[in-house]
Design a protein around this ligand. Structure first.
Ligand SMILES: Cc1cc2nc3c(=O)[nH]c(=O)nc-3n(C[C@H](O)[C@H](O)[C@H](O)COP(=O)(O)OP(=O)(O)OC[C@H]3O[C@@H](n4cnc5c(N)ncnc54)[C@H](O)[C@@H]3O)c2cc1C
Length: 411
């Protein structure tokens, strides 16, 4: 009989199990995984390279990347943050490197390095890993828990619940007295069919702003601030529509609202990343300086020339004008198209590098000093099962490591 049964052989479960065993070698710690293999998501993460964490070392800054969980994670990150993650992996034989955007990967650029590190630890520390062992039911008893696994009962004094996003598991947790915030997808790209983007796949902009057009009432009901509705960053035109950091940030911040409107909404696209006034001024200067030149041959704001040409076609219906020919009305049209092009989004697509679920166990029901459930003493929670999720960039794994480590400190 294990002292601690860890349910789910993913990032959070392995990190918790290994750290519990390192701190309490006398405890029997077992991992139960329903699939044939463990750490499946780690394997495919970060395009097969595993974006382990992010080079953001100040807890107050780090929590800003978590649309859900920022308040609760602050105290957790004060105790275990990316500095500790780097040290932990270093001590366990894995060196991490930082890319220019702050994302951190194993120097091997291979997620298998992380898997080998975890499995090696389990062998050395004598942590049995039971694959093909799905936990079907959980019963709380006086001394601990009865787990129904493959139709047999396994007893455990304490359990770590880290099954990722699992409808089945959330239902079990509901039966034990937990509230589950309904799960919705986060980190996705926008499907848009519009002449502006047609056949421009692969083009990117270094800095654009994407703003969600939704009513004030919806905004208020979802506790979204005006600032949340506009996200800036690089933008990528894909076969289906738009992707890139600005879109992914918006999909995460507004995950719940976008689900409510069934992923049909409008966005205002600012191709320049600049304020309206600055766009107007830049157009005016260009009209004076380039008066005899073709507009189509003098793209502004670093907009790729194919997109610039398309913008002229769509907003002015022609591409053969010189700057001097631009009427006041044309100027206003072009300006508005540059900083507030309205595009209809119809549906979403999966971002293959990383996608997560927003929703899960209500955070009010978890003690973040210990990661123990307030509803069920002896039950600890970590990872995507909680109503915590982050932007792309290594933050989701960081939450899993930090929560797993907190459990090992408190169990
Ligand atoms: C394609 C992709 C790429 C990603 N890349 C990154 C990245 O590079 N960086 C980053 O920070 N985040 C990334 N993420 C997000 C990250 O993978 C998750 O946040 C993280 O895996 C969550 O860890 P977890 O342990 O909570 O859940 P999981 O990793 O999903 O593990 C849960 C495990 O529990 C098992 N399980 C479920 N139910 C039961 C049951 N009843 N009994 C026993 N076992 C059960 C599951 O089979 C699974 O193995 C990516 C996600 C995806 C989908």
């Amino acid at each position: 009989m294990p002292d601690v049964a860890v349910i789910g052989g993913g990032a959070a479960g392995f990190f918790a199990a290994i750290n519990i065993k390192k701190k309490h070698p006398g405890l029997k710690v077992h991992i139960y995984e329903k699939s044939r293999t463990v750490l499946g998501k780690v394997k495919v993460s970060g395009g097969g390279r595993c974006n382990v964490t992010h080079a953001c070392f100040i807890p107050e800054d780090l929590v800003r990347y978590y649309p859900r969980g920022h308040k609760e994670l602050l105290s957790v990150f004060q105790r275990f943050n990316p500095i500790h993650t780097i040290e932990w992996f270093h001590r366990n034989g894995v060196r991490l490197k930082t890319e220019s955007d702050g994302r951190m990967f194993p120097v091997s650029d291979d997620s298998q390095t992380i898997i080998d590190c975890f499995l090696g630890n389990c062998t050395r520390l004598d942590i049995p890993v039971h694959t093909n062992h799905a936990v079907q039911e959980i019963e709380k008893t006086d001394g601990g828990f009865n787990l129904k696994i493959n139709d047999k009962i396994v007893k455990a004094s304490k359990i770590v619940v880290s099954p990722g996003s699992s409808e089945h598991f959330w239902n079990m947790l509901k039966m034990l007295g937990h509230t589950i915030v309904p799960p919705v997808p986060s980190l996705f790209t926008f499907n848009i069919k519009h002449p502006l983007l047609k056949e421009l796949m692969g083009l990117s902009l270094a800095n654009a702003t994407v703003k969600l057009v939704i009513g004030n009432a919806v905004c208020k009901a979802n506790k979204l601030r005006e600032d949340d509705l506009a996200q800036s960053g690089p933008l990528l035109i894909t076969h289906w529509g738009l992707s890139g950091p600005a879109v992914l940030k918006l999909s995460s911040v507004a995950a719940r609202v976008l689900n409510q409107v069934n992923y049909e909404f409008d966005i205002l696209l600012n191709l320049t990343g600049k304020e309206a006034g600055e766009v107007d001024r830049t157009l005016q200067s260009s009209k004076q300086e380039n008066s005899k030149k073709r507009i189509v041959n003098t793209p502004l704001f670093n907009i790729p020339s194919r997109l610039w040409t398309r913008l002229l076609e769509v907003s002015l219906n022609r591409t053969d004008m010189n700057w001097a020919d631009l009427s006041k009305k044309d100027m206003a049209l072009l300006s508005e198209s540059l900083y507030a092009f309205r595009l209809p989004v119809k549906g979403k697509s999966t971002f293959k590098e990383e996608f997560v679920t927003a929703g899960g166990v209500d955070l009010k029901e978890v003690d973040f000093k210990t990661m123990e459930s307030k509803a069920v003493p002896g039950l600890y929670l970590a990872g995507e099962v909680l109503n915590i999720d982050a932007l792309t960039g290594g933050f989701n794994f960081q939450a899993a490591w930090s929560e797993g480590w907190m459990i090992s400190e408190s169990i």
